[in-house]
Design a protein around this ligand. Structure first.
Ligand code: ADP
Ligand code: MG
Length: 463
């Protein structure tokens, strides 16, 4: 059973994650429906619990309906001994003398087989995503500085600034830019040794080196690279001994004028749980932030992405997505992928309607009661008129029509009465609102383009 579950897990998470996290697991006892899974360290236990425990439970339950829950325990703790001391909780360690291996009689598979003399930099470096190139990166106001800095680092002959520190919220392109730098350097200069890895993996390697009393090799491997990229460095916040090691590696590389590139979710000075000297050092080079996306950037990214996968997506649908999915680029891509996959599967063209159906759950999450003010604002933006004209006395068609649309939507999407709506539109009479509602209904029946506009607005507002 375990073998089958492991096989499935491996397929799901990929070779690298499997080797790092799942291979070392062993199965303990099954007790009243609770299955115990043994891991070598506390750190791994926490990690497996948050990331994989659920999946493991599901897969196991498929194999054996007797399994109802899964508990992840540290191997030695399973025998009611103290948890292993080796950096598992990442306490500071005396540098020269790593703590001894915990005494444990349980046979735990080694985390990975090590050959100390071999060049392991390839193994250390995480694989690069072939889609994450500069060509595939859409540049807009929010990311232009980060993009320019990344390009400079990739193209420059000498190290232009050290380190390059990229920061921004999740899914805004930090990892993409780092991979792009790596691809560009590899292409230009294959002899340069570029290593990209997450801070998490850095920590994992470090702990493993401690475990196997292999820290010298670890240090040497990292300090012999030309370009070192560490992604999501906030991960080592509060992990003192990993930070210490990272700090030394970092200094050694910068001193030798090797390029270091770091990403994080916050600026160096805002990284809590980081040592002061490390924070200040991280800010010495160029610090470039990636801002949340704008509507224009989202639209650009969607357009590029749709082109790339060769999908026919009506512009209205792209606009709709760019309006509705504002959290980050990853979600945006996810939404587009779902729509495209769905259309392919059912063999029908993508429409605004089908898009909304497919994304029902996603959109509902952002659903709240819409206000008349929001309606006025959106409609004014959409028709490119001033917000003030929603309540002005101007009667020109160019402003009167959008105003009617806004009234119509207010009637449809809010619980407000006609007189209430009228008041919000420059103290107009309720009969004016009623007239607007009829007019818009009528136009929707005769003018498909107009109907589509109104529909788009409605969907954008209501989600
Ligand atoms: P982060 O590392 O900042 O959390 P990622 O680099 O993983 O974010 O980006 C998430 C997804 O969004 C990736 O698929 C990436 O290709 C895509 N993405 C982010 N920004 C852009 C952009 N400006 N142009 C094209 N794709 C982007
Ligand atoms: Mg990332």
């Amino acid at each position: 059973q375990w073998a089958r579950v492991r096989g499935r897990l491996k397929d799901e998470v990929g070779e690298t994650a499997y080797r790092s996290w799942l291979k070392p697991l062993t199965v303990g006892s099954l007790d009243g429906g609770q299955l115990r899974i043994l891991v070598p360290t506390r750190f791994m236990r926490d990690w497996i619990r948050t990331h994989y425990a659920d999946r493991i439970r599901v897969l196991f339950a498929n194999e054996n309906p007797g399994v109802q829950s899964v508990d992840i325990v540290v191997a030695s703790a399973a025998r009611s001994e103290p948890a292993p001391a080796v950096a598992a909780n990442d306490a500071p360690l005396p540098p020269a003398a790593p703590a001894p291996e915990p005494v444990t009689e349980l046979v735990i598979e080694p985390v990975a087989t090590l050959t100390v003399t071999e060049d392991r930099t390839d193994e250390m470096s995480a694989p690069l995503d072939p889609r994450f190139t500069f060509e595939n990166f859409v540049v807009g106001k929010p990311n232009e500085l980060a993009f320019a800095a990344a390009r400079r680092v990739a193209d420059a002959q000498a190290v232009p600034f050290n380190p390059l520190f990229l920061y921004g919220g999740v899914g805004l392109g930090k990892t993409h830019l780092m991979h792009a730098i790596a691809w560009a350097i590899r292409k230009k200069d294959p002899a340069r040794r570029v290593i990209y890895l997450s801070a998490e993996k850095f920590m994992y390697q470090f702990i493993r080196a401690l475990r196997f009393k292999d820290t010298m090799a670890f240090k040497e491997q990292f300090r012999s690279v030309d370009v070192l990229m560490i992604d999501d460095v906030q991960f080592i916040s509060g992990k003192d001994s990993t930070q210490e090691e990272f700090f030394h590696t970092f200094n050694a590389l910068v001193d030798q004028n090797r390029q270091v590139i770091i990403s994080a979710d916050k600026s160096p000075s805002d990284l809590e749980g980081m040592e002061e000297r490390l924070r200040s050092r991280l800010g010495w080079g160029l610090v470039a932030d990636i801002h949340p996306t704008t509507y224009e950037l989202r639209l650009g990214i969607l357009g590029q992405k749709a082109d790339r996968i060769g999908a026919k997506v009506p512009p209205k649908v792209l606009e709709f997505l760019a309006h509705k999915i504002t959290s980050n680029v990853r979600e945006l891509e996810g939404a587009l992928n779902r729509i495209v996959a769905h259309a392919e599967l059912v063999g029908r063209a993508i429409t605004l309607e089908s898009a909304q159906d497919v994304l029902h759950d996603l959109l509902r999450a952002s659903n709240r009661r819409v206000t008349i003010e929001e309606i006025q604002k959106k409609v004014a933006e959409h028709f490119n008129i001033r917000l003030a004209d929603m309540s002005s006395a101007r009667r020109a068609r160019a402003v009167a029509r959008p105003r009617q649309v806004a009234m119509y939507l207010a009637k449809q999407l809010t619980q407000r009465s006609l007189p209430e709506i009228g008041r919000k539109f420059g103290d107009r009479d309720h009969t004016t609102v009623m007239h607007a509602v009829r007019k818009v209904d009528e136009l929707c029946g005769t003018d498909p383009a107009f109907a589509e506009d109104v529909e788009l607005l409605r969907r954008m507002l209501e989600g």
